[in-house]
Design a protein around this ligand. Structure first.
Ligand SMILES: Cc1cc2nc3c(=O)[nH]c(=O)nc-3n(C[C@H](O)[C@H](O)[C@H](O)COP(=O)(O)OP(=O)(O)OC[C@H]3O[C@@H](n4cnc5c(N)ncnc54)[C@H](O)[C@@H]3O)c2cc1C
Length: 201
């Protein structure tokens, strides 16, 4: 299966005779016919509950990889901003591109709890082994013992930008966060073309 890191597939399943389709970003780099997804169990969500209940060996219909949320300018430094499962396309991009490129990439990643920082060990290791990759993580509901950043990604945007306006910014997550970050970037003088985003809802 060929795809560009950052693309998604759509899964399909009939419920009560009506076909339902939901998109899911590919969370792994291209690797033949193997791929990983990163799924959130949405309270009262129809499709995500169905996926969480699938038994090993089950089959489900999917589309080919789709979408344009891919790295546009490999020569330009980039800031990735994700919340929750919005990390999925960035994981695919990081694991693929950090191997081949010297482009500077900063990931600003927000989750609810320290234990829900997805792929934390892997991301920390990537930051330790790739001097061109910086990880900035923040949680909105810190628990005792958490010494890292707290609050939403929006409040760490300036730290992540470090005064630069010459980077491309990629944003992935729920609409509310994506729209707020886009507005903050426009206030800071970013051009529309520098802001690339994927909304999950
Ligand atoms: C391009 C694209 C890529 C996507 N990639 C992923 C992915 O990699 N992983 C993933 O879990 N979901 C992803 N989604 C969301 C996914 O398609 C479904 O919307 C999600 O699984 C909820 O479907 P549902 O039928 O369970 O709930 P629904 O009844 O359809 O949704 C209920 C509400 O859940 C919220 N919601 C949707 N997705 C999430 C989420 N991931 N985390 C928290 N709240 C959410 C929205 O506010 C939505 O209105 C993606 C969506 C798009 C458009």
């Amino acid at each position: 299966m060929r795809f560009q890191p950052g693309q998604f597939i759509s899964l399909k399943h009939p419920f009560d005779g009506k076909e339902m389709t939901r998109a899911y970003s590919l969370a792994s780099p291209p690797d033949g016919n193997r791929f990983a997804l990163c799924l959130n169990l949405v309270p009262n969500g129809h499709f995500s509950h169905y996926l969480f209940e699938l038994a090993p060996g089950s089959a489900i219909e999917m589309t080919e990889p789709l979408g344009y949320f891919t790295l546009r300018n490999p020569q330009r430094d980039a800031l990735f901003i994700a919340t929750g499962t919005g990390i999925a396309p960035f994981r695919s991009m990081l694991l693929h591109h950090l191997e081949h490129s010297q482009q500077k990439i900063t990931l600003l990643f927000g989750c609810r709890y320290p234990y829900s920082v997805l792929y934390r060990e892997e991301l920390v290791e990537l930051a330790g082994t790739h001097p061109n990759f910086t990880l900035i993580e923040t949680v909105t509901r810190p628990e005792q013992g958490w010494l890292g950043r707290t609050g939403r990604v929006q409040s760490h945007l300036d730290e992540a930008l470090a005064g630069r306006t010459d980077v491309d910014v990629y944003i992935c997550g729920l609409k509310e966060m994506v729209d707020e970050v886009r507005a903050l970037l426009k206030q800071r003088g970013f051009d529309r073309k520098q802001i690339i985003y994927e909304k999950y809802d």
